[in-house]
Every structure is written in structure tokens, then in C-alpha cells.
Design a protein around this ligand. Structure first.
Ligand code: IPM
Ligand code: MN
Length: 374
């Protein structure tokens, strides 16, 4: 029997409740499909930070790297902590540490889910966003300068490359700036991932997102990389879309899309829209993938502090993220069964959480999906 050691990080807000339902379903799947999951708990999040000042340490990350196959995360964020501290100090830190360079976000409207787009159904909304997950405006370098002259040195240190900017700043007004970085190797690997995904699904067009008409240095470079990687995939056509335009087409013609590959920040934005057209954030899972390393799975939504502890949040995004985790570690049959289970529960329409227009609890929903696994 296969056995997997996994890291569990419930996090903040509704995190612990939704992760508990994810665990319920994953444990049931492991019984039914004959494998075992061994969880290591990590209490990183707001509570720990407020008590000890710790976000996530190198030791913790190293321990996960040495012992775990994947990470299952609830959500991070707490009103008592300045926005950005937990997100950057734990979530982004972990994504970068494990070099999880793909953020895979399926946008799939399940049968029985109310779609806000008039006249669109499950056959129209079924695609995957491949979001670059380590670069772009997420590298975290920038600064501020009072009027006058100043110097600033900014660095991005990665295993794959290092880059250092020495700035000589001369300004007549106070300014703030943020530098987006895209590397050739960083762009190439995610573009290749998008093409490979299309190939594996017999999809003949991959949409690539940018804003090359304005931010032409960084996204013009992105297009060049698409052109060059695309040569290895003669049967697949790259189609370019500006980020503003793609938001419009997601709403008007979602059926066009099967695989959408995007730089990091635009990917963040368009996947919230994607979540809405698939029925809401309660249904949208994501995976932070390093195909050769430790990947991390989480719902796209945040910690929803106002619903914390009320047993009302929809755990389906987290359960679905659990299915993606199983897929990544090679338990494909169990993963498919969980996604079908979610589909059946939704289609039957008996157990519905508040966001889906019902009054079922978080735990009712988890149990309903677990019961589908037999
Ligand atoms: C997401 C979130 C994160 C992101 C935040 C919390 C750092 O919005 O996973 O989409 O911007 O990537
Ligand atoms: Mn986001």
C-alpha cells in the first residue's frame, strides 16, 4: 500500500474548518482506494505570528522539503495583522521556497451550479489557467524615495538565477516604485507547461495573456518566449490576448478557452473572475506546482474572517484542491472520484451551503462528498 507524508497548514479564519472537511474526504478516499496519508501539522498563521513573531522559518520549510510530498493549505490572512505580512511571509515565501512555478487553476462550471453568465452552461466553461507563480510583480522588489537623490540596491536571489538592480535615484517629488522581473528560464518553463497541458488534452490553441501594448519590455519579452517555445509545438497555435480584453472574453465567450497561460499578476486577477464564472469563490481550487518538487494545494479564496468559526463556509474549493493534491502525488483514480463526488452533490442540489443558496453547514458539505466515495 502506498503511503504519503503530507504537510497540513490550516492557517487562519475559516482555514481550519474547511481543511477539516478536506481531510474528511481525503481520509475516506484513502480508505476506499487503498493508500494511506500521514499528516504533519504546521500551525503557521496569524495566531502564531501574533504570539511569537514567527511567519515560517527556513527550518520548517526544510523539514517539509525533507519529509513531505505535498502541502495542503487552508487560507491565510487576519484582520489583526497588517495586510501582506502573512500573505508574503508565509504563502509567497512557501511558493518561492519550493519554486512552485505553476499556479494551476481549473475553471470548470459544474452541472447544477448557478452560472452568473446568461445562456452559458457547463460545456461552455471548462478550462485551465496556468499562472506563472514566482516572478513578474510578485518578486517583491521596490521602494520609495523622498525628493532628492538616493541610492537603492534591490536583489532577487533564486536558485535558477540572481538579479541585482543598483539604482541611482534623482527625483523632485516623493516616489514609490515596484519592479517586475521576468527571466527567460522562468517564462520558458511555464509557457512550456501550458503547451504541454494543451498537448495532453488535444487542445489546438493556447491563449497567452499580457499587456504588451503598454508594459512592452516585460510582456514583449513574454511574447518572444512564447514564440520561441511555441516552435516545439507546431500543432498548437498561440493566441495572444491583452489582460483587459481577456476579462471581457471570459464573460462573453468563455467557451473559446481551454488553456490560458499567464504571467503572475494578471493570472491573479483573471482567476478571481474565473472563479466567479464557475459559480463563486467557494468552488475554485488551485495548485501551486513544482513538477519535480513539493507542491501546495489551496482554495483560491481567502480566510474570510467574518465567517470563521461559524461552520457556514463552503469547503468544496478546499476539497477540490485536495483532489488536485491526490492527482499530483499519483492517486488519479481517487482524485477523479472526489471531483465526481463534488459534481454529484452539487447536481443533486440537496446539500447546499449558504453561498450556493442553501443552509447546509461546512461539515454537512464535507460529509456529503465523503459519502459519495464508496
Ligand atoms: C491568490 C492570492 C495571493 C496571490 C495573495 C494572498 C498573496 O490572491 O492566491 O490568488 O496574490 O497570489
Ligand atoms: Mn488572488
Amino acid at each position: 500500500m502506498s503511503s504519503y507524508t503530507l504537510a497540513l497548514m490550516p492557517g487562519d479564519g475559516i482555514g481550519p474548518e474547511i481543511v477539516a472537511e478536506g481531510l474528511k474526504v481525503l481520509e475516506k478516499a484513502s480508505d476506499v482506494y487503498g493508500f494511506s496519508l500521514d499528516w504533519k501539522n504546521y500551525d503557521n498563521g496569524a495566531e502564531k505570528y501574533l504570539k511569537t513573531g514567527e511567519l515560517i522559518t527556513e527550518d520548517t520549510l526544510q523539514e517539509i522539503k525533507d519529509s513531505c510530498k505535498a502541502i495542503y493549505l487552508g487560507a491565510l490572512g487576519d484582520p489583526r495583522v497588517t495586510p501582506g505580512i502573512l500573505e508574503k511571509g508565509i504563502l509567497l515565501k512557501t511558493r518561492f521556497y519550493f519554486d512552485q512555478f505553476v499556479n494551476l487553476r481549473p475553471i470548470k462550471l459544474l452541472e447544477g451550479v448557478q452560472c452568473p453568465l446568461v445562456g452559458k452552461g457547463p460545456k461552455d466553461i471548462d478550462f485551465t489557467v496556468v499562472r506563472e507563480n514566482t516572478e513578474d510583480f510578485y518578486v517583491g522588489i521596490g521602494g520609495r524615495a523622498e525628493a532628492g537623490t538616493s541610492k537603492q540596491s534591490l536583489e532577487v536571489m533564486r536558485e535558477m538565477y540572481k538579479v541585482k538592480f543598483d539604482l541611482d535615484i534623482e527625483n523632485t517629488d516623493e516616489v514609490a516604485y515596484q519592479i517586475g522581473v521576468m527571466s527567460k528560464s522562468g517564462a520558458n518553463r511555464v509557457i512550456k507547461y501550458g503547451f504541454e497541458l494543451a498537448k495532453s488534452q488535444n487542445v489546438d490553441t493556447v491563449y497567452f495573456v499580457d499587456k504588451a501594448n503598454v508594459l512592452s519590455d516585460i510582456y514583449g519579452f513574454w511574447r518572444e518566449q512564447v514564440e520561441s517555445v511555441g516552435k516545439e509545438y507546431p500543432g498548437i497555435k498561440p493566441e495572444y490576448m491583452f489582460v483587459d480584453a481577456i476579462t471581457m472574453w471570459f464573460v462573453k465567450n468563455p467557451e473559446w478557452f481551454k488553456v490560458v497561460t499567464t504571467p503572475n499578476m494578471f493570472g491573479d486577477i483573471i482567476t478571481d473572475l474565473g472563479a466567479m464564472i464557475q459559480g463563486g469563490l467557494g468552488l475554485a481550487p488551485g495548485g501551486n506546482i513544482n513538477p519535480n518538487g513539493v507542491s501546495m494545494f489551496e482554495p483560491i479564496h481567502g480566510s474570510a474572517p467574518k465567517y470563521a468559526g461559524k461552520n457556514v463556509a463552503n469547503p468544496l474549493a478546499t476539497i477540490w484542491a485536495g483532489a488536485m493534491l491526490l492527482d499530483e502525488i499519483g492517486e488519479h483514480t481517487a482524485a477523479d472520484a472526489i471531483v465526481s463526488g463534488i459534481g454529484s452533490v452539487i447536481k443533486e442540489g440537496v446539500v447546499k451551503t449558504k453561498d450556493l443558496g442553501g443552509s447546509a453547514t461546512t461539515s454537512d458539505m464535507g460529509s456529503a462528498v465523503a459519502e459519495k466515495l464508496v
